[in-house]
Design a protein around this ligand. Structure first.
Ligand SMILES: Cc1ncc(COP(=O)(O)O)c(C=O)c1O
Length: 409
């Protein structure tokens, strides 16, 4: 495994990922996804994509090859990502949203059918259901894990008969309760699509996200545990779903051996580029080390922040959290964020508005029950920098700042 190279002078604006940056991000440059030179104020950024020289070399080779759109580089990335998850198949896409959209089409979602999902996620989760013609039906989250609460899903299922699938979101790098959700799906004959956009490498009892439902989708946005710039992928053990998704992302083109310009159903262009595939292959080699560092940073915070009046993240027994975010909970969020900002530490709120409260959802009657846990989480969560490019000094700065807030010297 290549040693990760760190570059703490790059950071990223949390707002591009749907979160709300609590700190001042006025230095950001949209041309670099908000990447800014970190020297100003010596800030500890909330995210910092680490693109090594290996990825750059691979992209150069792709550019020289002239095979820029779909091609062997993307096929190789699909095979390698599927193998990493332990899934049979993978279909690469242009981003996580298009992965979810194509997966829902491939799972056979029909117009007007309901899919139960979490109201406490990036809006893309529910948008994908609407884009595929379905209706998002929100069930509340568990207040400890922030993921879909199976008992809330069960209540929704007793109230509605239009539901055909469940789309749990593995939020912040922690898998949802897939055993209980899978049991409900079996009982009611529903599909399960994992929104694993934030959970590359997360596990339950040794089984990886990407293999815990009928299909799963990942995002490779720059803040994620690995990136391709923009990019996404679907994993599945089901050949019917993989074939249909591969067709859907390529205008419904026949994906058989004799693939020609025969388009067997309506589709889209949701394809990944070969440059993105090349970056993905290089990043995937480093993902185990990236995740190890995230987990080490999280363990350090757990220990150092244990005595303070905040809730630190929890993971149920047997769950491997990969800390896409290290999200604490506090009634004192705004003033804590302000103190951290004064110490040069970026923070972000993922998410301050639950999806059912978004203006774009005003006219969509999607909630089947009240959602107090999601509403409460939106008012109290705060994410601290946990990415693998943090130095020891960065981590200490974060801890000192939080301690200083509660116990000023
Ligand atoms: C939970 C979740 N679902 C879906 C998406 C959509 O992925 P993308 O931004 O790659 O379209 C994201 C990305 O931020 C996400 O965090």
């Amino acid at each position: 495994m290549t040693e990760p190279e760190t570059d703490s002078e790059r950071d990223i604006d949390a707002e591009t990922d749907g979160g709300v940056a609590e700190s001042d991000t006025s230095e950001t440059d949209p041309a670099k996804n908000g990447a800014a030179d970190g020297e100003a104020g010596g800030s500890v950024s909330i995210a910092a994509p680490d693109i090594g020289s290996d990825a750059i070399d691979r992209v150069e080779s792709v550019l020289e090859s002239g095979m820029l759109a779909d091609g062997p580089e993307v096929r190789a990335f699909e095979d390698e990502f599927a193998a990493y998850c332990g899934a049979e198949r993978a279909v690469a896409t242009s981003n996580g949203t298009t992965a979810l959209h194509a997966a829902l089409e491939a799972l056979g979602l029909e117009d007007g059918e309901g899919v139960i999902t979490s109201p406490f996620s990036f809006v893309a989760s529910a948008n994908a259901i609407r884009l595929a013609g379905g209706t998002p039906v929100f069930a509340d989250i568990d207040p400890e894990t922030y993921t879909l609460d199976p008992s809330a899903v069960e209540r929704v299922l007793t109230e509605r008969d239009d539901v055909v699938g469940i789309m749990p979101v593995h939020l912040y790098g922690l898998a949802a309760d897939m055993k209980a959700i899978g049991d409900l799906a079996d009982e009611h004959d529903l599909f399960v699509l994992e929104d694993a956009c934030q959970a590359h490498g997360a596990e339950i009892d040794g089984d990886r996200a990407g293999t815990l439902g009928d299909a799963a989708c990942f995002s490779f946005y720059p803040t994620k545990n690995m990136t391709t710039g923009e990019g996404g992928i679907i994993t599945t053990d089901r050949n019917d779903v993989a074939d249909r998704a591969a067709g859907y992302v390529n205008h419904g083109r026949d994906v058989g051996d004799d693939a020609s310009y025969e388009h067997i159903e309506l589709g889209h262009n949701h394809r990944m580029t070969s440059m993105a595939g090349a970056v993905g292959r290089a990043q995937l080699e480093r993902l185990p080390e990236f995740n190890r560092q995230r987990r080490e940073n999280a363990a350090y915070y757990d220990e150092q922040l244990a005595e303070l009046p905040i809730e630190t993240p929890t993971a149920p027994e047997g769950y491997r959290h990969v800390y896409h975010q290290y999200t604490i909970r506090t009634e004192d969020r705004e003033s804590l964020a302000a103190t951290l900002d004064e110490h040069g530490v970026d923070t972000a709120v993922y998410y301050d508005t639950p999806i059912h409260r978004q203006p774009a959802y005003e006219t969509v009657s999607t909630a089947a029950e009240t959602l107090p846990n999601a509403e409460r989480a939106a008012e109290t969560v705060l994410s601290l920098p946990v990415h693998p490019s943090l130095s020891e000094r960065d981590r200490r700065t974060v801890v000192d700042a939080v301690q200083d807030h509660f116990h000023p010297q």
